[in-house]
Each structure stands twice: as C-alpha cells, then as structure tokens.
Design a binder for this molecule. Structure first.
Ligand code: NCD
Length: 334
C-alpha cells in the first residue's frame, strides 16, 4: 500500500517535493534531522500565539482544510481545527463514521466527492495502518495529506509535538535518555517517537513494557527493551507514559489492570528512579490509576497539559510547511 516511503532503494520519499520540502506529512520515516528541526523551529514561531489578542496569521487564508476523522478523537481533532483556524484557513470537520461510509459509500468515492469541493488539504485519522499513504497515493497531487494517526503505524504530528515539548524543557536531544512506557504493541505514537528521537540524536531510547505488550523486533527501530520499570526509567531525562489501548486488544494480554499498575504504573515512588529533573509526558487520554497515578499526572514534573498546547503550534507548522510545498509543486506541474 505505502509505496516508496519505506523503501531505501527508492530514491524519493513520497511526502517530499523534488527539492526535499514537505508536501504531505505521513510518517517521520525518511525525514532528515534538518527537516524535523525546521518543523520544530517553525512551531516555535507559533508557540506564543495563544496568548496574543488576535490569535491568527494569514498564511493559509483562502485555503480549505478538511478534517477527515474515521476514528474517534478529541484533542487531536480539536488542535488540528484550531491550528487551521489560526492559520486563517476554512475548515470542514467530517466525522465519517456517522456519515456516508456508514451508508455504504467507498472510501475513494467519499474522498473524490470532497476533492470535487476544491479542498487543499486533508487531515486523516483512520483505524487502518497505511490509510494516509493510500489516500496520498490515490488522490490528485493537488491535495496535501496530513496523517493524524493510522492504525498502529504512525502518528507523526503527535511525535513532533512531543519532540517540541522535550526541546522546550531540555534544550537539545544530544545526551538525552528517554523511556517510553506501557502499551507499545498498539501504539502508533511510540513508533513515531522512536524514529523522531533517533533522528534528532537522543542518546538512548528505552521501551519499558511487559513482553506481551512489546512488538517482536521493535528494538531494531533503535531502542533498548526493559521489562522491569525500575531499571527502564533509571536516570532517564524524560518518561513518556502510554495509554493501555484496550479497544485494540483482541485477547487477554495482561493478567489485570491492577497488576499492570503495580508493575508499570508511574507512581511518585517509581518516578524517584528517574533523573531528579525528569519530565513526565503522556499523549492523552490518560487513565488515572491504570498507567499513571494522579499525583504524578497533576504533579510538578508533569508536562502533559503543555503537550496539548504545543500540539496547536506544531500542527500549524506542519500544515503551513506542507501547504507551501504542495503549492510549489503545483506551480511546477502547471
Ligand atoms: C493517541 C492516539 O490516538 O494514538 N492519542 C492522541 O492522539 N492524543 C494515543 C492514545 O489514544 O492512547
């Protein structure tokens, strides 16, 4: 389904223009450190907009952005919508589960109908891995596609807002030890974070989980595996907790939630193993008392709510960069 993107033999990444600029944002795979840094720097220029009296810049004025959410979402959809509005785009939100696909229309028919309304960008969330790549390969080259989470595969804007949050607190990635803890098996967020952290030069990426929640071979992405929480988070600068994705668990992968919390839940006591200045992150939604103790989630080391705010700035960066790459390519085709 995904074509050139993961194929090192293929000379070009489908999300880039011929001169290496972003025109879709489908995955962190194959993007350079320079490009990821450009996204972070662009996000930085938008980071204080929320505090301004007029929360708008005209970068995407006259552009139409369609949020296509085939799967539930609260914060990702809301922050994409706000990001588009702060860039002055016109935004259409489509909850596909409750509309035409429920009436039997195929995905391609739905997309072609929206494309016929002269959309410039689709923001896509879908339960199937590869959905955003598929849409990018099938839809006319005039529409920029942003992946807002596809199955277990990728959630690149979440990873970039997480990188933005880490850079804000830690300054640089060199020398950083980061632990990602919990349900790695079902997490598109973890996969995107591992690639982003390695590309940006983090010293160590650790994955901490019971064996049943670790995909086979995940260490080949560039991570060290730990099955004991105390060892896994020892001296780390950043602890990223993940939600137990119960809706994706086909069978019983855990003895019980209480057992999971006892072994892997981030409590004040366990957090003492991390570096004294460690920050605690979580993509949300959080399950209090399942993967994280309330005292930690609401405590001084938690930057969980900051992540949400930075999500707007990061999504503004990705959307404006992809739209500009897309327009440049369009001008060359004409
Ligand atoms: C994540 C997702 O949907 O993949 N959440 C999010 O985008 N804020 C993680 C999750 O659902 O646990």
């Amino acid at each position: 389904m995904s074509s050139a993107l993961n194929n090192p033999a293929h000379p070009r990444n489908v999300q880039l223009t011929s001169d290496g600029r972003l025109k879709h944002f489908l995955s962190i795979n194959g993007l350079s450190k320079a490009l990821l840094t450009e996204i972070l720097d662009t996000a930085e220029s938008f980071a204080n907009m929320g505090e301004q009296a007029v929360k708008k810049v005209p970068l995407l004025r006259g552009k139409t952005i369609v949020n296509l959410f085939f799967e539930n979402s609260t914060r990702t959809r809301a922050t994409f919508e706000l990001a588009a509005k702060r860039l002055s785009a016109d935004v259409l939100n489509l909850d596909i589960k409750t509309s035409s696909t429920a009436k039997g229309e195929s995905l391609m028919d739905t997309l072609q109908n929206i494309e016929a309304m002269y959309a410039d960008m689709f923001v896509v969330r879908h339960a199937d891995s590869g959905a955003a790549h598929f849409i990018a390969s099938q839809i006319t080259p005039k529409v920029a596609i942003i992946n807002a989470g596809d199955g277990r595969h990728a959630h690149p804007t979440q990873a970039m807002l997480d990188m933005f949050t880490i850079r804000k607190h830690k300054g640089e990635f060199e020398g950083l030890k980061v632990a990602i803890v919990g349900d790695i098996l079902h997490s598109r967020v973890a996969r995107s974070q591992i690639i982003a952290l390695n590309t940006l030069g983090a010293a160590e990426v650790r994955l901490v989980a019971p064996k049943t929640l670790l995909p086979i071979g995940i260490e080949e992405m560039g991570a060290k595996i730990y099955t004991r929480m105390e060892e896994g988070i020892k001296d780390v600068d950043v602890v990223i907790m993940l939600r137990l994705q119960k809706e994706r668990m086909a069978g019983a992968l855990l003895p019980s939630e209480a057992e999971f919390y006892r072994l892997y839940g981030l409590t004040t006591e366990k957090l003492n193993y991390a570096h004294p200045e460690a920050i605690v992150m979580h993509p949300g939604p959080i399950n209090r008392g399942v993967e994280i103790e309330s005292a930690v989630a609401d405590g001084p080391k938690s930057v969980i709510l900051q992540q949400v705010g930075y999500g707007i700035a990061t999504r503004m960066a990705v959307m404006s960069m992809a739209m500009s790459g897309q327009m440049q390519e369009k001008a060359q085709i004409q």
